[in-house]
Design a protein around this ligand. Structure first.
Ligand code: HEM
Length: 477
């Protein structure tokens, strides 16, 4: 009760009245990004809802989100203690756990530096500028081969299913120095379970907030636990293999470099923040988990948009065939518009306040769970003309000769500030290069007479509904 006392000069947060026990769960509904956007129109850019008995602050609008995540970044950089987070990597995840600031910061620095080193390092062939470019280019070609094979056998294909293996192989190349076949059972069973993972960790899942729901049998939760266990097993096997074959003078990938860091640290004995070896080497598990689903969802959406907007697909193909040496600006604009229009990461991972603080004149106590509504920013009519219209041209200058940088910077999909996505440059590079190579060689279309349902399915990342598509070769390929 003491903690709810509002300091002088500050106001109590506005928001809808909660029902006993369940709070505002009913108003959240099946699409929290839409219901919370509607509420922001009524209550403003900072308001409070209650999920179960727990208050959650919801942030919308460019200004408030910049203020919280950049100007007051330290106070908003924590992660809340959510029920589902306890099971992700047994509570040891870099992205979801409630690690103390020092531990999280050390792990984040290690992850960033390892990612930078192993994507920029020279690849195996001098044909490519770096290892990342080599992995993406080769995986794109394997993917094309695969799609042709499936087309020949079945006459159509499920885009996500094949894209996800190619994207997983890029991360596996950098993290583990290995790739998997498109028929690998272990990898495919991880992919099959990933939908449940995303639904469970999507912002506003009542299970996270209402304890009595956890005693009821829940198929989705069971699959979520199964996926966590399988992912752990999948990565552990690779890590053990790396320990067995570790050679200090031949660091092959990110896993080796993290093992090496632990060895060096034992010799130095000077580090002031204690981070267990398991938490250091376990970073690869986070990179795999965060890097596969996000990029494959984005790419799969891109393909679905190409099919739904054939004139945009043709324009991209013309750009890529005519201006091989110039910067494909329309492709860059198309990717930005995919990010904005689909907003397939509608909220960031939930944040949490590390101190009593205030925002826009409202008091927010320490340890309050905070949702950041990226979808709202990307569809805010104050920021965008015709926000619901899919129009890549909005990101080009009026004469079409350059990207409109100011517009591009308004898109919010990687978060901001201290928790900003640490795979952003890899994600952007993958989307650009995969799409450039696919569009040069393939033409995507839907099944005759069928229209694609573009309604997203809510989760941490929102997917399009499962669908079947077709490809044909572009002239000359
Ligand atoms: C966190 C988006 C690709 C690794 C995040 C967050 C978002 C995001 C919204 C949460 C930010 C927050 O909580 O405020 C995306 C998108 C991607 C992408 C849209 C692709 C298009 C990747 C890739 C990797 C990666 C390729 C790794 C190779 C991570 C990690 C975190 C994170 C480790 C947790 C950071 C932390 O909690 O400190 N990402 N991501 N992401 N991302 Fe990404």
């Amino acid at each position: 009760l003491m903690r709810t006392k509002i300091p002088e000069g500050l106001q109590k947060l506005p928001g809808p009245k909660p029902l006993p026990i369940i709070g505002n769960v009913l108003e959240l509904g099946k699409n929290p990004h839409l219901s919370l956007t509607a509420m922001s129109k009524r209550y403003g850019p900072v308001f409070q809802i209650q999920i179960g008995m727990r208050p959650v602050v919801v942030l919308s609008g460019n200004d408030v989100i910049h203020q919280a995540l950049l100007k007051q970044g330290e106070e908003f950089a924590g992660r809340p203690d959510l029920y589902s987070s306890r099971f992700i990597r047994n509570g040891k995840s870099l992205a979801f756990s409630t690690d103390q600031v020092g531990v999280w910061r050390t792990r984040r620095k290690l992850a960033l530096s390892a990612l930078r080193t192993f994507s920029m390092v020279q690849g195996k062939s001098s044909e490519y500028s770096c290892a990342l470019e080599e992995h993406i280019s080769k995986e794109s070609l394997y993917l094309i081969e695969r799609l042709h094979k499936v087309m020949k056998a079945d006459g159509c294909f499920d885009p996500f299913r094949h894209i996800v293996v190619s994207v997983a192989n890029v991360i596996c190349g950098i993290c583990f120095d290995r790739r998997y076949s498109h028929d690998d059972d272990e990898l495919l069973s991880l992919v099959d379970l990933s939908d449940e993972f995303l639904k469970i960790v999507g912002s506003g899942n009542p299970l996270d907030f209402i304890p009595f729901l956890r005693i009821l049998p829940n198929k989705m939760m069971r699959k979520f636990l199964e996926l966590n266990a399988q992912l752990e097993k999948f990565v552990n096997k690779i890590v053990i293999d790396h320990y067995d074959t570790f050679d200090k003078d031949n660091i092959r990938d990110i896993t080796d470099s993290l093992i090496n860091h632990c060895e060096d640290r034992k010799l130095a004995e000077s580090s002031n923040v204690q981070v267990s070896d398991e938490k250091v080497v376990g970073i690869v598990n986070d990179l795999f988990g965060a890097g596969v689903d996000t990029v494959s969802t984005a790419l799969s959406w891109a393909v679905v948009y190409l099919v739904n907007y054939p004139e945009i697909q043709e324009r991209l193909q013309r750009e890529l065939s005519e201006y091989l040496s110039a910067e494909p600006l329309f492709l860059r604009a198309f990717i930005l518009e995919i990010f904005r229009h689909s907003s397939f990461l509608p909220f960031t991972i939930p944040h949490c306040t590390s101190n009593d603080t205030s925002l826009n004149g409202y008091f927010i106590p320490k340890d309050t769970c905070v949702f950041v509504n990226q979808w709202q920013v990307n569809h805010d009519p104050e920021l965008w003309k015709d926000p619901s219209c899919f129009n890549p041209d909005r990101f080009l200058t009026v004469d079409g000769t350059d990207l409109n940088k100011m517009e591009g910077e308004k898109v919010l999909v990687f978060g901001l500030g201290k928790r900003r996505c640490l795979g952003e440059s890899i994600g952007r590079a993958e989307l650009f290069l995969f799409l450039a190579i696919l569009l040069q060689r393939l033409k995507f279309s839907g099944m005759p007479g069928e229209t694609l349902d573009m309604t997203p399915e809510y989760g941490l990342t929102m997917k399009h509904k499962q669908c079947l598509l077709r490809v044909t070769s572009q002239p000359g390929f």
